[in-house]
Design a binder for this molecule. Structure first.
Ligand code: MN
Ligand code: MN
Length: 485
């Protein structure tokens, strides 16, 4: 197990000689725990970075909120919309909003873009419950919202926890309303009920995926009728009336809305020693946040650096805001044209194939309680550093990018030079399951990509756990990558 290897003793069978034992540890792969031998100064840096991250988690829960906040921070650091530039010179900082649900940021390097660029790519959507287009219904004097879950979730985990509603609605006249209810202490929260154990015998005998069924993820939103007697659907009408008074919307406006149900829980330290953070949506803000903070402070890098924050990863990176959308490539082309002053497709494609990218996404942390699903020799351990994954995918490496040896070695060299603590591993045992990231699709452009991010416990649960030491190491790793590769 990483961190546990000891020096091999001297040759067996020899008579005892008072000679110093040879230390063979340099031959063995060791990945020690970061907290072990952590200096007081490093500990302070780890803890203060974690404080800032928690604040960010509490104000940014959806892809739209991420984009808005990231643009706000970027503008404060001198970034401006790329569309306001006719040409770009070294040190210029630009961004492009992908329909307000994805974001690209770049700092122009001293070297021409024909030599490639360094990119960090993370996703900013998280598993959640989306409202159905026709969500509101009344049953037995209670009002509910129907949902369709988004991403891979264990449905039973979403019952009996406080929930908030985030998103946008568009009124008939085209004006947009930003919705965020359930986060403030004085706000109401929303709730999905579960069955009392006294009557749950049949439910508990079902297999896990059916304990709570998809059609039963209905969110309780009200239970008081309108005053007028004999109103049909008096309870539902009362809720619609409230929404109409507050937002000027009617029921049909839900058809075009994008409303997301997310846990109404704040990020909190975990443990007496505060080694960990529990929060909704570490996947993938725990990589997107370090990627963002790493690029925001860049001044005039060697190569041009890009941070790509995409949407829809949890459902396969589809849609025009997902990483598979060519809208992201528009930005690279625009950077290329505005920084080199010319464009021909072959030179551009060659520049792309010399680009280097870290696919910044989470992976599973080794959980001793569920050890049987992982290969202990190829797992990432909590607080042992950023996890490098040569391949993701499943069943015989299907659907993976499988990074090139030369590129992995180059990344490791850069990390080692800055004493960045990294480890490696895969997502579970062979044939146990698997998962994907944006790396496979991105590699189709010819650039070198490596999956590289923070290990998570209870991944995709409403409240996930990460290590503060891994978070800070990931920030240092992303910074080293964009500066030194
Ligand atoms: Mn992810
Ligand atoms: Mn995920």
């Amino acid at each position: 197990m990483p961190g546990k290897q000891s020096a091999t003793p001297g040759k067996p069978g020899r008579s005892v000689q008072k000679k110093a034992k040879t230390d063979y540890r340099y031959l063995l792969a060791e990945y020690p725990n970061i907290w072990d031998n952590c200096s007081a100064q490093d500990e302070r840096k780890i803890m203060s970075y974690a404080e800032e991250y928690k604040k960010f988690l509490n104000t940014v829960k959806t892809e739209r909120e991420f984009v808005k906040e990231a643009i706000h921070r970027a503008e404060a650091k001198g970034f401006s919309n790329i569309e306001n530039h006719t040409d770009l010179k070294p040190g210029d900082k630009v961004y492009y909003s992908v329909k307000e649900k994805g974001l690209l940021l770049a700092v122009i390097g001293k070297r021409p873009m024909t030599e490639g660029f360094n990119m960090l790519g993370a996703h900013i959507d998280s598993p959640r419950l989306d409202l159905k287009p026709n969500p509101i219904f009344e049953e037995e004097e209670m009002v509910f919202l129907k949902t369709h879950y988004y991403g891979g979730i264990k449905k039973y985990q979403w019952t009996t926890i406080p929930l908030a509603i985030h998103g946008i609605m568009i009124r008939k006249d085209g004006t947009e309303i930003s919705v965020n209810i359930g986060e403030e202490d004085h706000d109401p929260v929303f709730y999905i009920t579960d069955l009392l154990p006294h009557l749950g015998a049949e439910q508990m005998s079902r297999k896990g995926s059916d304990i709570v069924k998809g059609e039963d993820l209905n969110v309780l939103i009200g239970g008081r009728p309108v005053i007028e007697k004999d109103t049909k659907n008096a309870y539902k009408v009362a809720i619609l009336l409230l929404l109409n008074e507050k937002y000027g919307i009617i029921e049909k406006d839900f058809v075009s809305a994008e409303l997301e149900i997310v846990p109404a829980m704040k990020a909190r330290d975990v443990g007496f020693d505060r080694a960990f953070i529990a929060s909704y949506g570490h996947d993938d803000r725990v990589c997107a946040y370090p990627a963002l903070t790493a690029i925001l402070d860049q001044k005039k890098p060697g190569k041009t650096i890009i941070c790509m924050l995409s949407d829809k990863e949890e459902i396969g990176s589809y849609g025009n805001t997902g990483a598979n959308s060519r809208i992201y490539e528009n930005f690279w082309i625009e950077l290329y044209i505005k920084s080199t002053g010319s464009f021909d497709e072959l030179s551009y494609r060659k520049a792309l194939s010399s680009a280097k990218m870290l696919s910044a996404d989470v992976s599973n942390g080794y959980d001793p309680k569920y050890a049987s699903v992982s290969d202990p020799k190829n797992s990432a351990y909590m607080s042992h550093g950023i996890k490098l994954e040569k391949y993701v995918g499943s069943r015989g490496k299907s659907g993976t990018n499988d990074a090139n040896s030369e590129f992995i070695a180059e990344v490791i060299r850069v990390f080692n030079e800055r004493n960045i603590r990294w480890q490696t591993g895969e997502l579970g045992k062979v044939d146990e399951g698997g998962g994907g990231t944006i790396s496979a699709e991105m590699s189709s452009y010819g650039l070198d990509v490596l999956d590289c991010g923070v290990p998570v416990l209870s991944m995709h649960a409403p409240y996930e756990v990460i290590s503060k030491a891994d978070l800070y190491m990931t920030f240092l790793a992303y910074k080293a990558f964009i500066e030194d590769i």
